[in-house]
Design a protein around this ligand. Structure first.
Ligand SMILES: Nc1nc2c(ncn2[C@@H]2O[C@H](COP(=O)(O)OP(=O)(O)OP(=O)(O)O)[C@@H](O)[C@H]2O)c(=O)[nH]1
Ligand SMILES: [Mg+2]
Length: 463
């Protein structure tokens, strides 16, 4: 037996000691497109660096927080979350919202604090927690159900959805092409490419549609990153049942399976399975704004994307991922679009949207919470009088305008079942510009309840 040199043994012990003394926590930040992930991570980092607006984070309010710093990120092959660029956009002389993100981003922050208990302080007067924040598209979670579906099953479900309003019109060209082909004919690359291109156009149309359709599968078709034109993305759902070897059907089925193995499974084992805590951001107000079909589509997309959090369910989560996440926060974002007295209603609405996922996650022993938050508070709540009635409104500068406007965005009903009827669009949530002069504020970006979110997600690590 080879005995390792003493130095390397000691190094190992010191390393292990350092790791023990500097625990790591990986926080996943996800949500469907435009849900508010980038702004949330930017606010979180800015506020942890400045610690001026975190009264509900215990470690700060109790005076135990010392400071935090950005650190080199641990995974060299994962793109860094460009926090400096995003903060510059939000707080510069011409404040504007950050660009949409392509794919995943990661950042490490070291938080230094004094432990709360005297026992812990005796061992370590000042402790460090390494917080790894991983921002990844919720659309990638939507791919998860594919792992449990055969090509035939997925095709049937997708075709059924595409034939129903409002998707029927958007999918016309692709379905028209399907009607002209026979999946049993010998496979030809041209044909596969044509089908995939038309199907991808349809998915893009769903994303563009003013109904804000969220259910997009497979996710990489619209966000291919470095996989553009790869055979992995050159397939589409086909009607009918399994066809023989060498057929177009067999080719597409093979690619579908390769997508599952190389894209879906990889993402989950390399990223998702390593998370300790998770926040799921949901643009509930955006879905309300998009009307009933937008809301229904989002509900369906949420149900699918929350499947991975329903650990036990069919017993496959644990098998696949090890089920490490022990706290999940669902947050309705952009709460500054509505007056403060409406936040409770927004939360109730969110509660209903995630009710099933919530109870199964709890059943598995993880803690779950819901909140209405705003990563960047762009408005104030004001009261105005309209036709003798007191109206509670918001005041902010809408995108495309220069002056503050007082706006009545509509009221979320107490009874969350009372979604807008098919014909009505009773909500009017405008996009607001980020407030001016944020760069001069030493306290960190103004937010609503981001500190409470942090307390739930990380509070126990900072005790
Ligand atoms: N008023 C308000 N608007 C917000 C807030 N957070 C996000 N927004 C708006 O929502 C848009 C999308 O926010 P992002 O943080 O870029 O969303 P994302 O989830 O990272 O989007 P993708 O990267 O495209 O998936 C922003 O451009 C803003 O218009 C908020 O707290 N308040
Ligand atoms: Mg983003």
């Amino acid at each position: 037996m080879r005995i390792p040199p003493l130095n390397s043994v000691l190094d190992g012990v010191v390393d292990a000691g350092a790791r023990l003394l500097e625990p790591n926590v990986r926080l996943g930040v996800t949500g469907l497109r435009r849900a508010g992930k980038t702004v949330f991570v930017s606010t979180l980092v800015d506020n942890l660096l400045k610690a001026g607006r975190l009264p509900f984070l215990d470690v700060v309010s109790s005076g135990r927080f010392q400071a935090s710093r950005l650190r080199p990120q641990p995974d060299p092959d994962v793109p860094r979350f460009d926090v400096e660029g995003h903060l510059a956009a939000l707080t510069g002389p011409d404040p504007h919202w950050p660009e949409p993100t392509r794919g995943i981003g990661q950042l490490r922050l070291a938080l230094r604090y004094r432990p709360g208990s005297s026992l812990k302080r005796a061992v370590q007067p000042v402790a460090t927690l390494n917080l790894d924040i991983v921002d990844y598209p919720g659309e990638w979670l939507l791919d998860l159900p594919l792992l449990r579906q055969s090509f035939a099953e997925w095709s049937a479900l997708t075709l059924d959805l595409a034939a129903r309003p409002p998707r029927d019109e958007l999918s016309q060209s692709w379905r028209g092409w399907l009607a002209t082909i026979d999946p049993a004919t010998p496979a030809e690359e041209d044909s596969a490419r044509r089908g995939a291109a038309l199907y991808t156009d349809y998915l893009h149309a769903c994303r563009r549609a003013d109904t804000l359709l969220s259910l997009i599968q497979p996710g990489r078709f619209v966000e291919p990153g470095d996989m553009k034109d790869a055979p992995l993305l050159t397939f589409c759902p086909l009607p009918g049942a399994t066809r023989g070897r060498g057929s177009l059907w067999a080719l597409m089925e093979e690619r579908y399976e390769a997508y599952k193995t190389n894209v879906v499974r990889r993402f989950f084992s390399e990223h998702f399975a390593r998370l300790d805590r998770q926040i799921v951001l949901i643009d509930v107000l955006g879905a309300l704004n998009a009307g009933p079909s937008g809301m229904a589509d989002m509900k369906r997309a949420l149900e699918l994307s929350l499947e991975p959090f329903r650990h036990g369910g069919a017993g496959w989560f644990d098998w696949l991922f090890g089920g490490k996440i022990d706290r999940v926060l669902f947050a309705a974002t952009k709460a500054d679009h509505i007056a403060a007295h409406q936040h409770a209603q927004l939360r109730t609405l969110l509660d209903r949207l995630v009710a099933d996922a919530r109870s199964s996650i709890r059943f598995e022993g993880a803690a779950v919470e819901t909140m209405a938050i705003a990563a960047l508070k762009c408005t104030d709540s004001v009261t105005t009088e309209h036709e003798g009635r007191q109206l509670r409104c918001v005041r902010g500068v809408p995108v495309g305008r220069d002056r503050p406007t007082v706006l009545f965005p509509g009221e979320i009903p107490e009874d969350a079942d009372a979604f807008p009827s098919e014909r009505e669009r009773p909500y009017n949530f405008l996009s607001f510009r980020p407030p001016a002069d944020l760069g001069r504020d030493p306290r960190g970006l103004p937010h609503i309840r981001v500190d409470q979110a942090l307390q739930f997600l990380l509070g126990d690590y900072l005790e």
